[in-house]
Write a protein that binds this ligand. Structure first.
Ligand SMILES: CC(=O)N[C@@H]1[C@@H](O)[C@H](O)[C@@H](COP(=O)(O)O)O[C@@H]1O
Length: 386
């Protein structure tokens, strides 16, 4: 990492506003400033990004796999490296490798791998997301029901130890199999607790939010719908400003009209952010893979178990940004925020990620004006170039 780098010629979006005729100045891997191009002092390396858009790097809080690796099947340092590298090709500069419901043994291996990835400073590795096994069997989705179980004392202890050692942990739980006291203990220890795979009613969801739950896992998927007398978790996610919610924007998981209604109806400051819920095929031509001994087929943009159950998404983050921009008509700035600023806010890491402000990590993406990939930068270094 050289001390100083300057990126010139691009239209720069810092997550709040556009800067035209400006240069991004990077020092020691961090944003130093965005300055008028004319006053960008010489010195250090200079990169010409004429005609391109420079936007904050994407943050994906739910990534089961990519580049042929699936966290459940390859809970190793190598698996994490593969996943991070695969998603960097689509603008993702920070992600949470996500382990869905599995055995204790696999979970322990995933935590070990996460600690190794942190020690090795794997580019793009942010922390871990453990989605399950403390979920509701009734809302299992593609999770193996035989492995879903209540949170016991030793589970809680393992999560607390993981949070302490790793520093960045998201945990999806269902109120059916995790108590409010457990959620409070976890959030007090800095774990971002997300509610999902649940039939929790509105009041229960609100009570869990009060206990510290901060986010909702893939809004609409694997939860009861918004009923007029029982708004459920969807209703709580939208009506409770404290909750942030992830959304899979592949056009198969949630109908565009439902996405638009949710975006219009979300009370702030909590926002709806994009997640890919991507699986191993991202960035490969894989058409079949296995999860807990069951086959998942990739066909026509969807990933399904033999019985047709959706099992994660076949989408990358840049395509998700394009989807909400092009299909929902969101301004490009807002589409980009949904993939950068909002997940950073949800995760509580906005002081150093999600926006390009003085002092934040120099994590950014260079795109063509048509939103094609050019290059991905993490900590001021190029990690992918198209
Ligand atoms: C990794 C994973 O498995 N993610 C879930 C899946 O479990 C669920 O089946 C699907 C649809 O849920 P829905 O049918 O309730 O909308 O959403 C996500 O793909």
């Amino acid at each position: 990492m050289t001390a100083k780098k300057t990126i010139t010629g691009a239209r720069i979006f810092d997550g709040i506003d556009w800067h035209d005729g400006a240069a991004l100045v990077i020092e020691a891997g961090h944003v130093k400033a965005i300055v008028p191009a004319s006053s960008a002092a010489a010195g250090g390396e200079s990169f010409d990004a004429r005609g391109l858009l420079l936007v904050p790097g994407f943050i994906d809080l739910q990534v089961n796999g990519g580049g042929g690796a699936l966290m459940n099947e390859q809970p190793t340092l190598d698996g994490i490296r593969q996943i991070c590298a695969a998603h960097a090709k689509f603008g993702t500069t920070a992600l949470l490798p996500t382990l869905i419901t599995d055995t204790r043994k696999v979970r322990t291996a995933a935590i070990e791998a996460g600690l190794e990835a942190r020690a090795a400073a794997v580019p793009g590795f942010l922390g871990l997301h453990l989605e399950g096994p403390h979920l509701s069997v009734a809302r299992k989705g593609a999770h193996d029901p035989s492995l879903i179980r209540p949170m016991e004392d030793d589970d809680l202890a393992e999560m607390l130890a993981c949070a302490k050692a790793l520093g960045c942990l998201m945990l999806t739980v269902a109120p059916e199999n995790a108590t409010r006291e457990q959620v409070k203990a976890l959030t007090d220890a800095g774990v971002v607790v997300s509610l999902g795979h649940t039939d929790a009613g509105f009041d229960t969801a609100c009570a869990y939010a009060k206990a510290g739950a901060r986010t909702v896992t893939h809004l609409f998927n694997a939860m009861s719908g918004l009923g007029h007398r029982e708004p459920g978790l969807v209703g709580a996610a939208l009506a409770t400003g404290a909750l942030h919610a992830g959304l899979i924007a592949d056009g198969f998981h949630v109908a565009p009209a439902a996405m638009a209604i949710a975006l219009r109806g979300k009370k702030g400051p909590g926002q709806i952010f994009l997640v890919t819920d991507a699986m191993s095929p991202i960035g490969t031509d894989q058409t079949i893979f296995s999860l807990n001994g069951r086959e998942i087929l990739r066909q026509g943009g969807r990933l399904t178990l033999a019985d047709g159950t959706l099992a994660g998404a076949d989408i990358d983050m840049l395509s998700s940004v394009r989807f909400v921009h092009e299909k929902l008509g969101l301004p490009i700035e807002e589409a980009i925020r949904m993939a950068s600023a909002y997940p950073a806010d949800a995760m509580g890491i906005a002081s150093h990620k999600g926006r390009l402000l003085p002092g934040t990590d120099a994590d950014f993406v260079l795109l063509t004006p048509e939103l094609g990939m050019k290059s991905t930068w993490i900590g001021g270094d190029v990690v992918f170039s198209a």
